[in-house]
Design a binder for this molecule. Structure first.
Ligand SMILES: Nc1ncnc2c1ncn2[C@@H]1O[C@H](COP(=O)(O)OP(=O)(O)O)[C@@H](O)[C@H]1O
Ligand code: SF4
Ligand SMILES: [Mg+2]
Length: 378
């Protein structure tokens, strides 16, 4: 873990994401593939990940977290914007150069079983990973490396000859982590690394990730839909809503001083063990589902569900992620809300959110008509 993070880009920044967009075309038609719209999975994201830090990315399912993670790893080509990894724009890399650079960023997936070939032993899975990067030339060195990896992730060396189905969920995730570590990366993107695991096992895997970071100086992007998962592991946290970042700050500060109405709603959904605090704290119910990223709301994307929505600006202008002057908020704390200061001071108060028609259609005048039941909040 690093000390308090700031926003200043510099040599300590490992990953710099600028104005990133990843849009997926929506096709229609049997004979002619006609593009009838786009899913704006990632729609204008700016963020920096510093060397050695853990950046936690949270938001509801479908808000674009995995797509952002993949774009950072060069597994999903950006529609616009850039990802600069250690000073190099990854979109400019080709062939051998790309392969060499790829070794430096690895992914740990949510479901370890689906990302591991069930017919291969752990040993062959790990050797395959090494071979893909030309790292298995010396047999003795490979054997030593595999033993080291098993020890590093807390598995017995005998586990090398076993198949994925012979392990528990937590152990399989350890194999997934060993595979990512095998090529000695700088950055690991862990996409919902503990979501498929029992709560009791989650802490063990999170602790393992933290120990490995301390020992190996790794940088992490940890993606989760659950705030509780990223809370303890992250140095900084970014909150994503419908393809964009709505708030970003040091982890502790996000919990102490959540500023964006969406973050406040997410926080109010996390139970607090102290019954007195639990009774006294703010409870904000999020009304309705996440609107479709194929047809996002105008202005602030959260305005259809925001209890603080105002009659001006909210539905017409998309708020920028900006530093705000609010008590307790430091310079690295950014919020995308026109009224963040007034929400924080209590000058504007939350109100009931009316049901809003969410057009599930695919945009454009010739897109399909939304079904009448496409309402949220009723
Ligand atoms: N390959 C793809 N083609 C079309 N749409 C996609 C593709 N991948 C993701 N999406 C859509 O993009 C949006 C964001 O997805 P995703 O990044 O997986 O969100 P999250 O990880 O936050 O749940 C979703 O609406 C999803 O359906
Ligand atoms: S800009 Fe308006 S709608 Fe968006 S979060 Fe702020 S108050 Fe709510
Ligand atoms: Mg995902």
């Amino acid at each position: 873990m690093t000390a308090e993070a700031t926003e200043e880009p510099g040599s300590d920044v490992l990953v710099e994401v600028r104005d990133l967009e990843v849009h997926f075309p929506i096709k229609s038609g049997i004979v002619f593939d006609r593009t009838v719209g786009h899913v704006r999975a990632v729609d204008g994201v700016d963020l920096s990940i510093r060397r050695g830090e853990t950046y936690g990315l949270v938001g509801e399912s479908g808000c674009g977290k995995s797509t952002l993670g993949k774009a950072i790893l060069n597994l999903e080509p950006p529609t616009a914007g850039s990802v600069v990894f250690d000073g190099t724009d990854i979109a400019s890399l080709k062939g051998e150069e790309l392969r060499r650079e790829r070794k430096r960023f690895q992914m740990v997936f949510q479901d370890p079983l689906s990302s591991l070939d069930p017919r291969q032993t752990v040993e062959s899975l790990l050797v395959e990973g090494l071979r893909a990067h030309g790292l298995d030339t010396d047999k003795a060195a490979t054997r030593t490396r595999l033993r080291e990896l098993m020890t590093a992730v807390g598995l017995p060396v005998a586990a090398l000859s076993k198949y994925p189905h012979e392990f528990s969920g937590g152990q399989r995730q350890r194999v997934g982590i060993a595979r990512a570590l095998s090529v000695d990366p700088d950055l690991i993107v862990a996409d919902e690394p503990v979501s498929a695991l029992d709560v009791s096992i989650q802490a063990q895997v999170i602790n393992l990730l933290q120990d490995l970071q301390d020992d190996l100086g790794l940088t992490y992007l940890v993606v989760a839909h659950d705030l509780a998962v990223v809370r303890h592991i992250s140095d900084r946290i970014g909150v994503m809503y419908l393809g964009g970042l709505v708030e970003e700050s040091a982890a502790r500060e996000l919990y102490d001083v959540p500023l964006h109405p969406y973050t406040r709603a997410l926080m109010s959904a996390v139970p607090v063990p102290d019954p007195v605090v639990e009774d006294a704290r703010e409870q904000i119910l999020l009304t309705g589902d996440l609107p479709s990223p194929a047809n996002p709301p105008t202005g602030c994307r959260f305005h259809t569900r925001c209890p603080w929505k105002q009659d001006t600006l909210c539905d017409t202008e998309r708020p920028q992620l900006r530093v705000v002057e609010v008590d307790g908020a430091s310079a690295g704390h950014r919020v995308a809300c026109h009224f963040a200061e007034q929400v924080a001071s209590g000058e504007i108060q939350p109100h009931t959110v009316d049901p809003v028609l969410v057009t599930e259609g695919f945009g454009g005048p010739d897109g399909p008509t939304p079904p009448p039941e496409a309402y949220v909040g009723v």
